[in-house]
Design a protein around this ligand. Structure first.
Ligand code: MG
Length: 301
């Protein structure tokens, strides 16, 4: 029997096409934070905790050789950190299966020959990675150097001075590059914090540029999904690719705009599907990623 654990999901099987002789989907793009792991705080330390069923689901994908890639907009960790941290919670995910908005950003800056960068990021390792490849410049000085690009990542120290400098640079011709456009994030003690999308809105408003002039390199940018699709290396219609995420805007709208199917994984960021979204996800997960197994299994009836 090729499809296992179907008994567990027999209530869901009725949702699937009757007597389906082919899996509903062929490949996946999986958001990491939310669907695969979450974070909790103990004192000053942040711990990652694996979500129930995600290891079993990933083992299923590997065992059945179902093409998949992990896509993340996290800018507070480098790719090596991500691999290491996943290992610590029992997930052995090869580096080449992880796609980050930092990778797509560096590719973009190099392709466009943008060398002098004003980087907004509170992450020292990330600053070092950019510093190794580009010329990082400090804040705005009258008659000082103007960077080719202002690159915006998450920075809990983002303040009016940083915003003013970024606005000045954009006014003097620097390109505005967003690592992603997530509007907000939840802190571990349940507070709301503005994220890159909110910083970008402030800078764009200050410099009076419109959204067509903003370069977004992470999710939900079309280029990000194009690269992810090409890395899956599959000759199928994009609708056969299922995008899994907990952020309706960043994860699912981007995938949908590229013609992919969508699975919503509710977390404390979005406990339910927001009413203002003009589309519905193809699947809403209730508890664990294992609920998706039947959609990738050939039904034998
Ligand atoms: Mg997420």
């Amino acid at each position: 029997m090729r499809c296992y654990k179907l008994e567990k999901f027999k209530n869901q099987v009725s949702l699937l096409p009757y007597k389906m002789d082919k899996p509903a989907y062929s490949g996946l793009i999986i958001d990491l934070k939310g669907p695969v792991y979450n974070e909790m705080q103990e004192g000053d330390l942040t711990h990652k905790i694996i979500t129930t069923g995600s290891k079993e689901f990933i083992d299923f994908l590997v065992g059945e050789k179902i093409p998949h890639i992990f896509a993340t907009n996290v800018t507070s960790e480098t790719r090596d950190d991500i691999v290491e941290n996943l290992k610590n919670i029992g997930l052995d995910i090869p580096s080449e299966k992880i796609m980050t908005c930092i990778d797509t950003c560096m590719g973009y800056l190099k392709r466009e020959n943008l060398e002098n960068i004003y980087l907004i990021s509170g992450n020292e390792k990330l600053r070092k990675i950019f510093d190794d490849e580009f010329n990082l410049i400090g804040g705005y000085e009258p008659d000082g150097e103007v960077p080719h690009a202002v690159v915006v990542g998450y920075d809990k120290g983002f303040n009016a001075r940083v915003m003013n400098d970024a606005v000045a640079f954009v006014l003097y011709g620097a390109r505005l590059v967003a690592l992603h456009m997530n509007s907000r994030r939840m802190t571990l003690d349940g507070r709301v914090e503005c994220n890159v999308g909110a910083y970008i809105a402030c800078i764009a408003r200050g410099a009076e540029i419109d959204e067509t002039e903003i370069v977004v390199v992470g999710k939900p940018n079309r280029e990000f999904y194009r690269q992810a699709f090409s890395r899956l290396n599959m000759k199928v219609n994009t609708s056969k690719i299922l995008v899994i995420g907990d952020d309706p805007e960043a994860d699912l709208r981007g995938g949908r705009n590229f013609g992919m199917s969508t699975a919503f994984f509710p977390t404390n960021k979005y406990p339910e599907w927001p009413g203002h979204m003009e589309f519905q996800p193809d699947i809403t997960i209730t508890e664990t990623l294992e609920e998706l197994i039947p959609y990738f299994s050939k039904m034998e009836q």
